[in-house]
Design a protein around this ligand. Sequence first.
Ligand code: SF4
Ligand code: SF4
Ligand code: SF4
Length: 250
Amino acid sequence: MKPKIGILGFTGCAGCQLMILNLEDELLDIFKRIKLVSFQMASSEMKDEKLDIAFVEGSITTEEQKKELEKIRKKSKILVAIGNCATLGGVQALSNGIKSSREMMKEVYGGEFWRLMDSKPLSEFVEVDFELFGCPIEKQEFLEMIRFLLRGFIPLKRDYPVCLECKLKDNECILLEKRICLGPLTVAGCGARCPSLGLECLGCRGVIEGEARLESAIKIFEDAGVSAEDVKKIFRIFSANYPDILEVKS
Ligand code: SF4
Ligand code: SF4
Ligand code: SF4
């Protein structure tokens, strides 16, 4: 019996599902080993079957989505949250704690035409077994995750920062130029993509669990001449739901 897999999405840009679809060289091999029950981005055929693994993209922003997620959880043995939206609430969480959806909708559309909740990660509502980080996810990490799960192993968890990958690439540190780089706080796995291109890490993979000390990092940034407010504003882009940051207004 092939394991039954579903790839599903809530609020997001669908870029993480697209990354899976872009695995052109590997997809056929994967499909030989699994039964793909639903893949929202690739097919309109959605079967309501029990799943061995549900890969779920996107954040929860409506009551209907919350109920749908609870249904997915009930019918899935393993639930994997994929991407920044599903693991942290995404950039759409930027307004959390600042403005209600009612206020925002009035400002933008002149009225509240549908009801939105604050954007929250899946783990706020159901038990999430594993997470894939990034905006979007890394293709190689998806492959690694599916290989581990299909063999019945617990997937690897990276507990070191982007800085480590950056140093291994011998990049010159952006902090030396008094620019804000969230690499020291951010979970590795992207190969320090942005600093390797001379760009600041904006923390799209989220904060390293139990390791990142926001206040200490802010002190280091301040010593480098960057204001704490600026650091917190950048931190909010991808981690607005992180507990220490919620009270910081943009
Ligand atoms: S994490 Fe980024 S790429 Fe993935 S769905 Fe959300 S916005 Fe799109
Ligand atoms: S550039 Fe950023 S990621 Fe690289 S070492 Fe410096 S702080 Fe860390
Ligand atoms: S360097 Fe930072 S912002 Fe860029 S992909 Fe990696 S985690 Fe995301």
